[in-house]
Design a protein around this ligand. Sequence first.
Ligand SMILES: NC(=O)c1ccc[n+]([C@@H]2O[C@H](COP(=O)([O-])OP(=O)(O)OC[C@H]3O[C@@H](n4cnc5c(N)ncnc54)[C@H](OP(=O)(O)O)[C@@H]3O)[C@@H](O)[C@H]2O)c1
Length: 341
Amino acid sequence: MTRIRAGIVGVTGYTGMELLRILKNHPNVQITYVSSKSFSGKSMNEVYPFTLQDKVLEDVNAKKIAEDCDVLFTALPSGASYELVKELPSMKVIDLGADLRFDDASIYERWYAKKLTDYDRTKRAYGLPELYRNEIRQVNLVGNPGCYPTCVLLSVAPLLKEGSLSDKNIFVDAKSGVSGAGKKEELEYSFCEINENLKAYNPVIHRHVPEMEEQMKKLFGDEITVTFVPHLVPMTRGILSTIYLKSDLNVDEVYKLYCDSYEAERFIHVLKPGIYPSTKWSYGSNHMYISFAKDERNKTLIIIGVLDNLVKGASGQAVQNMNLLFSIPENTGLESNPFYP
Ligand SMILES: NC(=O)c1ccc[n+]([C@@H]2O[C@H](COP(=O)([O-])OP(=O)(O)OC[C@H]3O[C@@H](n4cnc5c(N)ncnc54)[C@H](OP(=O)(O)O)[C@@H]3O)[C@@H](O)[C@H]2O)c1
């Protein structure tokens, strides 16, 4: 049996902790390295007693990582991973931030205001297994997609690949639980500001726009414009994206196209017309649900995608990518159902 020694940098964050939860139950994995800047020297049990892990948190140290790990997950804010990745030239790395996600470094540099030196020499893949499985198998470095891009791209990919759009503008109204922002101390994320409240944030200028547009261009073969309005919802986890686009296909044709495209996919579930998912369906699981409606009066196709931002939108998908890198079944360690209710 393949044994994988895994390290997590940034383990104390939300995606880091989700990685720890999933990897603890992964039959091939032994967690050999965890790091934290804020809690270095303390054990996981001291920082988070419910992890039931006495592993000691270390400083980030490339030499130690290279000795102790076969794979490294970097669960850091975007911009914080790239230099570390460069210090580990032969290590398999899955970065949960945006540092390895873009084909065109200049797009990243414009939106994230940071330079990526020698990026062209870095062979990497965009870690969306349902679309790029073969590419992921051939690299050491994976840029794990953003949570919204995962939801939106999987929701539109079959249509784009088929060329079944009659207008190159796509409108996305997306809702996310607050964990999507990571661990934050700012007032706007405090209980009274979030509870019983709903608001849009960063409409049109959210950093996930260029990521979605770059990937959609690859799928469709031409520029697509994404008008994206994310909203913060008073729940802990979950994303629901409602996507509006123009297509001549009717809802039954779309349903058939998606069933054919995702037939072999373990984690993508296409719902019959008239059935609509809610975020609880994927809460704590790696499963994603997609459904459709069509307003035939104006040829608007509505696609609704639902996933858990911390699992299929981040750490579950990262483990799916790890399974591909080590040629073990893609669903290993990822089979759990959602928490319900
Ligand atoms: N939250 C989501 O739903 C989600 C989904 C998809 C992708 N992502 C991406 O995944 C990455 C991690 O997100 P998150 O939500 O887990 O963030 P988070 O909760 O803020 O955790 C990030 C962790 O990184 C460590 N850290 C912060 N700044 C650092 C630095 N400069 N150098 C080294 N370590 C640093 C911190 O831990 P210590 O202080 O203990 O070191 C912190 O706990 C981000 O790039 C995010 O965009 C997040």
